[in-house]
Design a protein around this ligand. Structure first.
Ligand SMILES: *Cc1c(COP(=O)(O)O)cnc(C)c1O
Length: 394
């Protein structure tokens, strides 16, 4: 064999005796076939078989199977982001003329898609009060094909009565999808509470290190998965095996990370509640959080993300006080090892129940830094806000 041929044909080596605990990262566009017959018949391999790197590699199958097992579903599809996970369900199951019911506190990217893309394609998003519960029945008409839930909701953290919503939707033959990113399947399994789709931004707690973007949708009805795969194929959407490989590493430590940030976020939420500059703490573990009873009934614990509403006036010194923080970073995409803080613009993003609190809202995501360092940084923030408030009043 010529050296040039040797260069492109990797020699086969033994795998005998090699049993690693890690999942190999299989990179592939094309895959090859043992004979012309199997090549010709590749179309019959179905969505569980291998035909092309875009449609699945063994690395992807491992993460899919892991999410499926965690959610108690039958199949999972992977997509390049959490936003795409939500949109894949919308684009697969909604046609022009259809309506989807969306909670008023939905992830801002979904609200943006309703306004900037779906409306012009004849798909109507109707926002509803996240605390509507069984009352969702009154909003379902013949055009309604999907009810979306997200609990706790983005920014304002209302917890939804998902079993009641799902029950009412099912009674009308309407599909129900849940964005479960805050909970992860470790704290809540939407498919066990009547939902048809469990959507996750794996970018957050599964990835866990702020260095990847991925989403997943798990279903308990294989037909729903077939329909989503048809759409992914049509769009030519797949995920990178390297991203999946990072997610497979991240998911191994998700349990200990989530338990830690959940405990610290609850501790901080209780402490912040008593601070004179804090108007409200929005954390599902507190009885004052709207829907707290559903958190206590359905959800097994806490994630690390919650919000505080400052007393009006405290925002005078907010920007420099945030900039001066030493441990918290200012940023939006939570779920990594670093703690984040960010002001949230909620007012313009509520269509059903106008947001009436005047004070600024800060969203806090707890990471893995030492608890005392984090608390000290938050105390410094509040001291700086307090000084600013006094100055503004003088
Ligand atoms: C971050 C997030 C998303 C979007 O995930 P990306 O991977 O960043 O697109 C969707 N839903 C919720 C609740 C999120 O927090």
């Amino acid at each position: 064999m010529h050296d040039l041929t040797r260069c492109v044909q990797h020699p086969e080596v033994s795998h005998e005796g090699f049993r690693s605990l890690t999942v190999p990262t299989y990179r592939a566009s094309t895959i090859t076939y043992p004979d012309a017959e199997s090549f010709a018949a590749r179309g019959t391999r179905g969505f569980d078989g291998y035909t092309y790197g875009l449609h699945g590699t063994p690395t992807m199958r491992v993460l899919e199977a892991q999410m499926t097992a965690l959610h108690g579903g039958v199949r999972t599809v992977l997509v390049p982001s959490g936003q795409m996970a939500v949109m894949l369900v919308f684009l697969t199951f909604l046609a022009p003329g259809d309506r989807v019911l969306v909670p008023d506190n939905v992830y801002s990217g979904v609200r943006g898609a309703c306004r900037d893309y779906l409306a012009s394609r004849g798909i109507e998003c109707t926002f509803y009060d996240p605390l509507i519960g069984a009352g969702i029945a009154d909003l379902i008409d013949d055009r309604t094909k999907l009810v979306w839930v997200e609990s706790p909701g983005s920014g304002t953290m209302e917890v939804q009565d998902i079993p009641a919503i799902a029950h009412a939707a099912k009674a009308r033959g309407v599909l129900v999808g849940c964005d479960n990113t805050w909970c992860t399947p470790l704290l809540f399994k939407p498919l066990e509470h009547g939902c048809d789709f469990a959507s996750e931004a794996l970018t957050k707690y599964v990835g866990g290190h702020s260095d990847l973007l991925l989403g997943s949708i798990t279903v308990k009805d294989i037909e729903l998965r077939q329909r989503m795969k048809v759409v992914l194929r049509a769009f030519g959407v797949g995920v990178s095996p390297d991203e999946v490989s990072l997610a497979l590493r991240g998911i191994e430590t998700m349990g200990v990370r989530l338990a830690h940030v959940g405990r610290v976020s609850e501790t901080f939420a209780r402490r912040l509640r008593d601070h004179p500059l804090v108007e409200r703490v929005l954390h599902p573990c507190l009885p004052s959080c709207p829907g707290h009873e559903f958190w206590a009934r359905d959800i097994k614990g806490s994630g690390g993300v919650f919000s505080i509403v400052l007393k009006p006036g405290a925002e005078a010194a907010l920007n420099p006080a945030l900039t001066a923080m030493k441990v918290f970073a200012i940023g939006a995409s939570w779920g990594g090892t670093r703690s984040l803080i960010a002001p949230m613009a909620v007012k313009g993003d509520r269509a059903v129940n106008p947001w009436t609190n005047e004070g600024a809202i800060l969203r806090i995501s707890i990471g893995l830094e030492q608890e005392g360092d984090l608390w000290g940084d938050l105390e410094n923030l509040l001291v700086a806000l307090g000084a600013g408030t006094i100055q503004a009043a003088a």
